[in-house]
Design a binder for this molecule. Structure first.
Ligand code: AMP
Length: 284
């Protein structure tokens, strides 16, 4: 695996290469969820590029940015073992040089307003900014992201179409621990008790699925899920059942896009998010 820290040297290398490039942007502290996406990028393209960059502009609290796990040695070992071709690990100055003109902000069409956007002001403007900059640098044929960050995928899909980029977005399902907890770099910050309790988040999403199949009222499903997560050591921020495309509140009467249930919940001092694609009851 080749490691690049500078934009210029990465671009010089890529310009001399033929074939398709698959790109996986990450913030590091890599786990099996990241690695499954990297595997797709590697097997579906001639060259796989993974970036590790903890993007300051998407953090709305500096304490969260400071506490974000950073494990570069371990990450390099995992990516090499996976057979990833290129790792890009830029500094903040490489991504945001002072001489770069301010990017034109893309209208996110309200996709950034609810859920994460409501609790993390400015988060998606930061995500759109960094992904735009990374796409400009790497210029991949395919961009790989995880369904774990459902709203992020919706925002980036919109940005790609709105800006007329030719990159193809490929989204892969959430990889979970055997007990159901969605893998996340932030899980490293949970103590053992919190880690064991955190499975309650996915269990609550599964309970929503059961109620959804029975067409229980959406607001009741959301309220009951919030109650189920309101337990010692937990602080749920939102449970939202929304249209998979528009991210607007879901209505059974307007069901053409399907529904997704999204949740954000603090467990101790760690903020976790997860989601489940809700399926209607299928009669055999
Ligand atoms: P992050 O490093 O958290 O910014 O994540 C980088 C990419 O990996 C994003 O596209 C995430 O959605 C994806 N990702 C994170 N966790 C998982 C997971 N458990 N399963 C699948 N993809 C994931």
């Amino acid at each position: 695996m080749l490691l690049f820290k500078e934009v210029k040297s990465l671009q010089k290398y890529l310009i001399g290469k033929n074939g398709s490039v698959g790109f996986v942007p990450t913030m590091g502290a890599l786990h099996a969820g990241h690695m499954s996406i990297v595997r797709h990028a590697r097997t579906e393209n001639d060259i796989s590029v993974c970036s590790i960059f903890v993007n300051p502009t998407q953090f709305n609290e500096s304490s969260d940015l400071d506490a974000y796990p950073r494990l570069p040695g371990q990450d390099i070992a995992k990516l090499s073992e996976e057979g990833n071709d290129i790792l890009f690990m830029p500094s903040v100055h490489e991504i945001y040089p002072t001489e770069l003109p301010e990017p034109k902000a893309v209208d996110l069409n309200g996709l950034d307003q609810g859920m994460e956007g409501a609790f993390r002001p400015g988060h998606f403007a930061g995500v759109a900014q960094v992904v735009g900059r990374l796409l400009d640098i790497v210029n991949p044929h395919r961009l790989y992201m995880g369904q774990k960050d459902y709203q992020q995928v919706a925002v980036i899909d919109h940005v790609i179409r709105e800006t007329g980029r030719s990159v193809e977005l490929r989204v892969h399902p959430t990889i979970r621990e055997t007990d159901g907890l969605a893998m996340s770099s932030r899980n490293l910050r949970l103590n053992l008790d919190e880690r064991n309790q955190a499975i309650r988040i996915y269990q609550t999403l599964q309970e929503i699925q059961v109620g959804f199949s029975a067409e229980m009222p959406i607001s009741q499903l959301e309220d009951e899920a919030l109650k189920a997560l309101d337990r010692p050591g937990f602080k749920p921020e939102y449970v939202a059942i929304v249209d998979r495309k528009t991210l607007l509140p879901f209505r059974y009467q307007q069901n053409e896009n399907g529904a997704v249930a999204c949740v954000a919940c603090w467990v101790g001092g760690v903020r976790l998010i997860d989601n489940i694609l809700l399926e209607p009851l299928r009669l055999a």
